[in-house]
Design a protein around this ligand. Structure first.
Ligand code: FAD
Length: 375
């Protein structure tokens, strides 16, 4: 069986890698659009204390976090050590004491089913400052040792390089799906035809453009995220990730590289300009949480388009209206956590074997509809 994977962000790269590991012939087609979510995502892998209560989401995100150790070890076997992944732990801060205690309780509770979250402790202001010197002096925190950081770009590139070592053909360009009598049998890139028995759309926020010519409506929409990179004069390789109660977060890439993100701009369309309002929102939040950043050098603003599906829930599986067509999409704000694992699960579905999750809980019909005469 031959496979086309369209879209080479973290999800498509992982799908291609896992299919190739199973010994299949795979072509990975990627345009690497400006605004690729993976390229902008500086990620936190630590979903255990999220406010989200949706069970399907939690199953995906927690399995995603757990899968990282295995994946990183596998990539190392292919000589890929530059993955941008490091387990540094996380500090969850909150100004209200009782909320912090609740987080502590939740962490202990989650530890029972997810021992990979590591050790849990409640830190006072001094202990918090010791682990992360730039933080405001009045912050207490719940400390979790199993959280990690990952650099989306590095991990994606490592997955693609490992896939190529396994024989995956990488094609750069914009793909269009080819269909004959309701069967998707390949894709065109610049008039060149790439035949495949099965095709997966892992095109993030852009999937609707692939689906539309087949009479399908894609409901995944872009959500813009602006994220800032700073340089400080301190070695921060071991500093933990900081998770305030808001949607902002801070992480460190070592050698003084600090990242603070990110805006969540619904209805942004495909506008990938950094804006005054976006940057100022992030800067304001950064200084509130980590006033020690005031002298940091602002080195870069990255913008990415998170693929968001209805109800902010990812979908994956076969697209029922066509033969040979599959999709995984809608990873939203937790795609670096869930993407590598979901790619593996999609590879299982495409090869008709059982995965750890049941795709029935992530129905494709939520994000892909048939365009009928009435619609
Ligand atoms: P993308 O990475 O967007 O990749 C889609 C790819 O498909 C692109 O390369 C595009 O060019 C290609 N494509 C589209 N159409 C075509 C076509 N027709 N032909 C060829 N190629 C095509 N997640 C976390 O878990 N933790 C975090 O802390 C975190 N922080 C984030 C911060 C920011 C600022 C952003 C933007 C995201 C963050 N995320 C985080 C979310 C995560 O980055 C995304 O959910 C994830 O990267 C989505 O991956 P994807 O592969 O589905 O899509």
């Amino acid at each position: 069986t031959s496979f086309n994977i369209i879209g080479g962000g973290i999800l498509g790269a992982s799908t291609a890698f896992h299919l190739a590991k199973l010994g299949h012939k795979v072509t990975l087609i990627d345009e690497c659009h400006a605004g690729q979510a993976t390229g902008a995502g500086a990620g936190i892998i630590g979903p255990w204390l999220s406010q989200r209560r949706n069970k399907a989401w939690y199953a995906l995100a927690s399995n995603g976090a757990k899968y990282y150790e295995e994946l990183i070890a596998m990539l190392e076997e292919f000589g890929e050590t530059d993955t941008g992944y490091k387990k540094v732990g996380s500090l969850h801060i909150h100004d209200l004491e009782h909320r912090l205690e609740k987080k502590h309780e939740l962490a202990l509770q989650r530890q029972e089913t997810a021992p990979e979250l590591g050790e849990v402790s409640l830190l006072d202001e001094e202990e918090t400052q010791k682990l992360f010197p730039l933080i405001a002096k009045d912050k207490k925190a719940v400390h979790i040792t199993g959280s990690a950081r990952v650099n989306g770009r590095n991990l994606r590139s490592a997955l693609i390089r490992a896939s190529e070592k396994l024989g995956v053909k990488m094609v750069h360009g914009v793909a269009e799906l080819a269909e004959e009598n309701g069967v998707v049998n390949g894709a065109y890139v610049d008039k060149e035809f790439y035949a495949a028995d099965k095709t997966a759309v892992t095109a993030g926020a852009w999937s609707k453009f692939l689906l539309e010519p087949l009479g399908l409506q894609g409901l995944v929409e872009p959500q813009k995220g602006q994220i800032l990179h700073f340089r400080i004069n301190e070695e921060n390789d071991h500093w933990p990730v900081i998770m305030p109660p808001s949607e902002y977060y801070l992480l460190n890439f070592g050698r003084g590289h600090v990242v603070f993100g990110a805006t969540r701009e619904d209805n942004s369309g495909f506008d990938i300009r950094p804006t005054v309002q976006g940057v100022s929102q992030v800067l304001q939040a950064a200084l509130e949480i980590a006033p020690g950043l005031k002298d940091a050098e602002l080195i870069e603003t990255r913008v990415g388009l998170r693929p968001t599906a209805p109800e902010f829930l990812p979908v994956y599986g076969r697209i029922p209206y066509k033969e040979g067509l599959y999709i995984a999409d809608g990873l939203g704000a937790s795609g670096l956590t869930a993407g590598p694992f979901l790619g593996k699960e999609l590879a299982q579905v495409m090869t008709e074997s059982e995965g750890l999750l049941d795709p029935i809980n992530y129905p494709v019909e939520r994000a892909v509809k048939e365009i009928t005469k009435d619609s």
